[in-house]
Design a protein. Sequence first.
Length: 195
Amino acid sequence: FGDKVHNVVFVLGPPGSGKGTQCSKIQSNLGFIHLSAGDLLRAERQRKGSEFGELIETHIRNGSIVPVEITCKLLENAMLASGDSVKGFLIDGFPRNQDNLDGWQREMSDKVKVHFVLYLSAAIEVCVQRCLNRGQGRTDDNEESIQKRIVTYNEQTFPIIKHYEKLDMVREINGEKSSDEVYAEVERAFKNAGF
Ligand code: UP5
Ligand code: MG
């Protein structure tokens, strides 16, 4: 990892709140590297020879959360592969529970500085519709998996957002507006943080 302390912004919010959409705009406009924990897990699931493929798929379908050792390693490898000269990393969809947070802090706290948590909020009905309409063939974009993802979000991920709120690190943005309107506010949050 070298001696460099990498800049990190966590991006959290319910399933379908627009995390991936906003991260790709931030990456294009502000030069951060977008790392989606979900995308990394889906890629690992497809990788020939992966010993975790089946376990990952079971968690994704059930909307439950993969053990942090796996996810954190994928994130760390992706950060290493991006080199040392990047402005910072957007970590999309992680940490999602206390296990994720503990594992991240064990492994990464001396290698990164987490600047803030970008929290995209949106009503559950809006999120459900967006996931159902996405049409990218994700194995968790069906009514049953979506309901489970939402329960997991409410029970396990929302408390992580609350944890960061107590540290005054959460920047909440209403994710229900058009993606350009949401992005205008997202960009303001980054500018306010000095990026
Ligand atoms: N869309 C986006 N923004 C819009 C807007 N402003 N107006 C109208 N439409 C908008 O957007 C979803 C859809 O809505 C898209 O069709 C988009 O065009 C449209 P997207 O940007 O994809 O939203 P996002 O929040 O990224 O939704 P996603 O479904 O990816 O969120 P999840 O948190 O559910 O999924 P993720 O990939 O992060 O995780 C999937 C699973 O992986 C988890 O359930 C879990 O099982 C596992 N996982 C772990 O175990 N550990 C991890 O650390 C991460 C994931
Ligand atoms: Mg996503």
